[in-house]
Design a protein around this ligand. Structure first.
Ligand SMILES: NC(=O)c1ccc[n+]([C@@H]2O[C@H](COP(=O)([O-])OP(=O)(O)OC[C@H]3O[C@@H](n4cnc5c(N)ncnc54)[C@H](OP(=O)(O)O)[C@@H]3O)[C@@H](O)[C@H]2O)c1
Length: 258
């Protein structure tokens, strides 16, 4: 018994990578899961894995760049699954390049998807989470929210904002007994790297060389921390950003050569 049996989670970006692994793990822990993202066929795939674990899945297609979508996601989750106990703000977009080259469209899209959507989802989720015996939010940041990496200025700015949102909402929602924490992963093998890497194998080798523990993670190694932060056994922590990054924020390994 996990203590979350029958509880409901809403996971954004649940069709791929960390979000899909998180949805699968929450289902294995007995939770019903609403799965949000743009590509329905990928969400359907995660839904089949959730159902195979023995709980209910709800597929909710929508673009988080649209400010009307967060309200709809929360409403449809509560309508179809009856409650909301856990919100996982995981979806994000990334473009890599010099800060002075980003277009207005790229800037607006990053702010909308990576920063505004988690805030709007948090706002919409407050009433059902406050009604839960154990309401919890996990925001997925990035090590890039703390360390400056060339080309990651826009993405990193939105992740730093997510970490501030985590602390601010943890503080403001504590009186409603909603806890809010964040995970800041280092490099994880997911489709997000296809956006910027022409040669994925070379990019992964380069990233691994720059991580003190010498390798990238797989999504399941991040999902387990999402679970840890919503596990009823860890309920007396809020406002934290947990770095799950093989030591990346500590600095380069001595032999990385800069
Ligand atoms: N992988 C890493 O190295 C790494 C490191 C640090 C932090 N992170 C963070 O981990 C989280 C998950 O990323 P990932 O690595 O698992 O990459 P991913 O597989 O590319 O997942 C990103 C997800 O976000 C969804 N998404 C993107 N734009 C969206 C939009 N406008 N509306 C709705 N959904 C949208 C995507 O689905 P659709 O395209 O179907 O909408 C996708 O499922 C992100 O917050 C990312 O910043 C990843």
């Amino acid at each position: 018994m996990s203590g979350r049996e029958g509880h409901v989670a809403l996971v954004t970006g649940a069709g791929t990578g960390i979000g899909a692994a998180t949805a699968r793990l929450l289902a294995e822990r007995g939770m019903h899961v609403a799965l949000a993202g743009r590509r329905r066929e990928l969400l359907d795939e995660t839904a089949r894995a959730v159902e195979a674990a023995g709980t209910r899945a709800l597929v909710l297609a929508g673009d988080l760049g649209d400010s009307a979508v967060p309200k709809r996601l929360v409403e449809e989750t509560v309508q179809a699954l009856g409650r909301l106990d856990v919100l996982v703000n995981n979806a994000a977009t990334i473009a890599v390049g010099p800060l002075d080259a980003f277009t207005l469209e790229q800037i607006d899209r990053h702010l909308a998807v990576n920063t505004r959507a988690p805030l709007l989802l948090t706002q919409e989720a407050v009433p059902p989470l406050a009604a839960s015996p154990d309401g919890a939010i996990v925001n997925v940041s990035s090590s890039v929210g703390s360390i400056v990496k060339p080309g990651n200025g826009l993405y990193g700015m939105t992740k730093a904002a997510v970490e501030y949102l985590t602390r601010a909402s943890a503080y403001e929602l504590a009186d409603r007994r909603i806890r809010v924490n964040a995970i800041a992963p280092g490099p994880v093998e997911t489709p997000i790297h296809e956006v910027w890497a022409d040669d994925l194998a070379a990019a992964y080798a380069d990233l691994s060389r720059r991580i003190p523990l010498g390798r990238m993670a797989v999504s399941e190694e991040i999902a387990v921390w999402v679970w840890t932060l919503v596990d009823p056994d860890t309920a007396w922590t809020t406002g934290n950003v947990i770095h799950v990054d093989g030591g990346q924020v500590l600095g380069l390994p001595p032999d990385a050569g800069g």
